[in-house]
Design a protein around this ligand. Structure first.
Ligand code: NAP
Length: 276
């Protein structure tokens, strides 16, 4: 089984981002990403710091905003960033403060700054094939398949999970790549049979070891988006040891989808900073 190394793919994309950031900076435009961290959630904090560090390495300015006054302070922060001409991209970390909804906060991010596809209008644009930003994680799945030269056109793909951040948008992106997509969820009957028919399985549930050997057809590619923190550390949805003798390729957790996601967020910031 081939391990699809997200870290080296991210490094490759990073070289492009460095060049583009430099090109913009010499014209007087420093590409800038605003990361909004509205709660003390440790996972969100740790991801925000990863974004900050990675942005620093590729020449993107990253502002961390930590509004501490609950939902109204978050709204004020996002509204100010929305009209700030120096800010090119905005990502709001979840969880949101009590009473906040991703839809309502997302709607306050202008689509041209919505580098993590949180505005419902961005998902609508994706569905219609219009220009816009997909959530970086969903885009990372397609980026990995492309870089690993796994054919998507005509392939049967089983997406496990229908959430608005991964499952739904990745299904739309794969459809746009001419894959035949089956979207599964917690109410799907006989998931194992559906998954076993697939050339590519994309799992985004957060249920450790959900995908075992019986789910994977010999030679299939498995993209593990899930992240859950257990006593064994960060784990994905896939029982990697069990599927290793059957699968053709797998993204590891950690070190698969995660690093590519962060770099695509930064590549989206470069795109948002381009003039016109
Ligand atoms: P979500 O919105 O809660 O969606 C989870 C989906 O999993 C739901 O559609 C749910 O079905 C489905 N599901 C749960 N248990 C299932 C089961 N036993 N069989 C089949 N489907 C099942 O979560 P999300 O935001 O999409 O995130 C999913 C996972 O991806 C999480 O582990 C998250 O941490 C991870 N993630 C990783 C990255 C990254 O960069 N690596 C980024 C974002 C998210 P129902 O709709 O029927 O409830």
């Amino acid at each position: 089984m081939r391990l699809l190394d997200g870290r080296s793919m991210a490094a490759e994309i990073g070289r492009y981002v460095v060049d583009e950031a430099e090109r913009l900076t010499v014209t007087g435009k420093t590409p800038t990403l605003a990361v909004v961290l509205p709660t003390a959630d440790p996972a969100a904090r740790s991801y925000s710091h990863i974004i900050e560090r990675t942005a620093g390495k590729v020449g993107i300015r990253c502002e961390l905003h930590e509004p501490s006054g609950g939902l109204s302070a978050l709204v004020d922060t996002v509204d100010a960033l929305a009209t700030d001409p120096l800010v090119d991209g905005i990502i709001v970390q979840t969880p949101l403060p009590d009473g906040g909804s991703s839809r309502e906060i997302g709607e306050r991010i202008p689509v041209d700054k919505d580098v993590d596809g949180m505005n419902p209008a961005s998902l609508g644009r994706l569905a219609l094939g219009l220009p816009g930003f997909a959530p970086a994680t969903a885009a990372a799945v397609v980026e990995i398949l492309t870089r690993a030269r796994v054919p998507m056109a005509g392939a049967r793909v089983c997406v496990v999970g229908r959430g608005p951040v991964v499952g739904k948008p990745v299904s739309l992106l794969l459809l746009a790549e001419d894959a035949t997509v089956t979207v599964c969820h917690s109410r799907t009957r006989d998931l194992v049979t559906i998954a076993h028919e697939a050339d590519i399985i994309v799992s985004a549930t957060g249920r450790p070891n959900l995908i075992g050997a019986g789910f994977v057809r010999p030679g299939a590619t498995v993209i593990d988006v899930g992240t859950a923190v257990t006593d064994a550390g960060e784990v994905g949805d896939v029982d990697a040891a069990a599927i290793a003798p059957v699968a053709g390729a797998l993204t590891p957790v950690p070190g698969g989808v995660g690093p590519v996601t962060t770099m695509l967020l930064l590549r989206n910031t470069i795109r948002a900073a381009q003039p016109g």
